[in-house]
Design a binder for this molecule. Structure first.
Ligand code: ATP
Length: 338
């Protein structure tokens, strides 16, 4: 089956064509995108939507051309239905509805966060992993259990990436702080004790952030030593909760997704933990970790092949800005290799 995926939850407009008859990542025939950027400051939702309107046809044509298919060959349209910024989501939803009506093919709405999990599984070959989602705003331990992708643990205050960025900003080393803190940390191996906050399978970073800022302002500690200690504590915290979830669920695979998973020291620590448990640790390629449409096309095709009832009415389908990962009824897992 040839499926077209459309991604438009936030700053990226993406279109991808997949051929679900092929195996593994070979089924991704194209994965095109155009990302709205600002010179300074964060995303302005209405501007992102204007960007998406302006580029949507161009991105679609690029995806078809790269995949060497015609629009008329597409047999399924999948779009990122949730969660995200309403103005951005609206552009992709309307585009997908228009194409589904025009081509008279099924339309499937996909949860963007779940699509990250599914493409992670496809890229790694993992069958039933625990996921550690560590981006700017998100820190969650997720796994499939009883027909849902369930959140077993999460941050009680800020996301791991935002925590690192906040400290970096407070010491004047700019944004994004993650790569810069990582570089500094490599220059040190002096372990300074910091607040370590794990509650069951949840974590909290604000205590460590305040403590780090105080230590830096007190001028008794070198920044590199603080960066090193920050990484050692914060990564140990998220790896501890991931390990607890693996033990509790009796799972042997761990997949890390989100920008912080790029960190070398984090990868090393996670890899050691998994090997000690005789398990496997995996980080999907960057292309699938950032917002992309291939994961939408792939997940939409999985859903539709497992249950035709996932198809939406192309006239009335709507986006869901606030849908949580664990709200989605997952009827395709276990039928993955159809
Ligand atoms: P969200 O989707 O949660 O709103 P986002 O789109 O900003 O967040 P990502 O691009 O997945 O998320 O991640 C960005 C975060 O990853 C930033 O906080 C950045 O500092 C962090 N990051 C990037 N590279 C590294 C690294 N090498 N080490 C640690 N953190 C990193």
């Amino acid at each position: 089956m040839l499926a077209l995926g459309i991604e438009s939850t936030a700053h990226t407009y993406g279109c991808s064509v997949i051929n679900s008859r092929k195996k593994g990542l070979k089924q991704i025939l194209s994965n095109e995108r155009d990302t709205y950027t600002t010179k300074k400051g964060g995303i302005i939702p209405m501007e992102a939507a204007e960007h998406h309107e302006a580029v949507k046809e161009k991105v679609l044509q690029a995806a078809l051309k790269k995949a060497k298919v015609n629009l008329e060959d597409i047999q399924l349209i999948a779009f990122s239905q949730a969660p995200g910024l309403p103005p951005s989501l609206r552009v992709g939803t309307e585009h997908a509805k228009k194409l589904a009506k025009q081509l008279k093919v099924p339309l499937v709405g996909v949860n963007h966060c779940i699509a990250h999990l599914e493409i992670g599984k496809l890229a790694s070959g993992a069958k039933d992993p625990v996921f550690l989602f560590i981006s700017g705003a998100n820190t969650q331990v997720i796994s499939y259990a009883a027909k849902r992708y369930r959140i077993f643990g999460e941050t009680l205050d800020m996301g791991l990436g935002n925590f690192i960025d906040s400290f970096a900003r407070s010491v004047g080393i700019g944004f994004p702080g993650g790569p810069k803190i990582s570089e500094l940390a490599e220059k040190s191996n002096k372990f300074i004790e910091l607040p370590y906050s794990v509650k069951g399978m949840d974590v909290a970073f604000s205590g460590m952030l305040t403590n780090l800022k105080q230590k830096y302002q007190g001028k008794k500690y070198k920044l590199a030593d603080l960066a090193f200690s920050l990484q050692e504590h914060a990564f140990a915290m998220v790896i501890e909760v991931a390990e607890r979830a693996m033990a509790y669920l009796k799972k042997k695979e761990l997949i890390a997704i989100g920008g912080v998973a790029a960190n070398k020291r984090f990868r090393k620590m996670a890899d050691i933990m998994c090997r000690e448990r005789k398990g496997k640790f995996y980080v999907p390629p960057r292309e699938f970790v950032t917002d992309n449409a291939a994961m939408i096309a792939y997940t939409g095709a999985l859903m539709y092949r497992a249950d035709k009832k996932y198809a939406l009415n192309a006239k009335t389908a709507d986006f869901k800005p606030y849908q949580r990962t664990d709200e989605v009824d997952v009827r395709w897992v276990g039928k993955t290799n159809l």
